[in-house]
Design a protein around this ligand. Sequence first.
Ligand code: F6R
Length: 263
Amino acid sequence: MQIVLCRDAEEAAELVAARILCRLREKPELVLGLATGSTPLGVYRRLREACQRGEVSFARVHTFNLDEYLDLPADHPQSYRTFMRQHLFEGIDIPPDQVYFPPSEGNDLRARCAAFERRIAELGGIDVQLLGMGRNGHIGFNEPTSSLASRTRVKTLTDKTLRDNARFYGPDETQPVLAVTMGIGTIMEAREILLQAYGSAKAEAVREAVEGPVSSYFPASALQLHPRVGAYLDPDAASLLGMRDYYGRARALQQQLEADGRL
Ligand code: F6R
């Protein structure tokens, strides 16, 4: 895992957005894996702005979101489809039929989850996967003890995740307790993964994911087995890492090799 210690969340979002834009210029038909939540907002703003300035086009891009709440209608204010429309899709030139979410309404969910996976494969697999992380280590909605080989499926949310997300629901709104999520096995097949974590509330999770043992009890630790993960952290999120100094030094040396044109 490449640990990128950033000055703040703004610098991290700038680096992650720059990476995606660079990949998009190299491959206009990029397949992007996307996350919701507060973590990727700075990246989405930068992608919208780059598109609106005419620097890039998403016209040939396909996107696959990690997850969606079961039975929440697409236009529900808390659905992840609403979130993505508001924060990214309405601000870029991606055709709506190139945007995919795991099936979260209706029947035959198991078969349709398999079809979602097949569609990813037909398009050649996910090139770049954006990830945030829950305080309990979930990636997507793969809660603790999710199989590290899991595929897209219905998943029950833990009490901790429900508590973390309760703030988005009014007193008389029903909060979904089930979601459909890409599996950890699905996520691990992406060619490149960009994980972001910000704030002290994520510090313990970052330590577990980066320096803890690989364990289904802490799903983000599975990323240690992926050959190309960048973890972009602000100082608060990185504050409990035992090898912080090393990560900073390693990044500086890497940047020097890049500047010398040797990588
Ligand atoms: C959302 C998702 C989740 C979030 C995680 C962190 O699509 O996959 O794993 O990334 O819950 O949420 P925030 O960014 O709101 O802290």
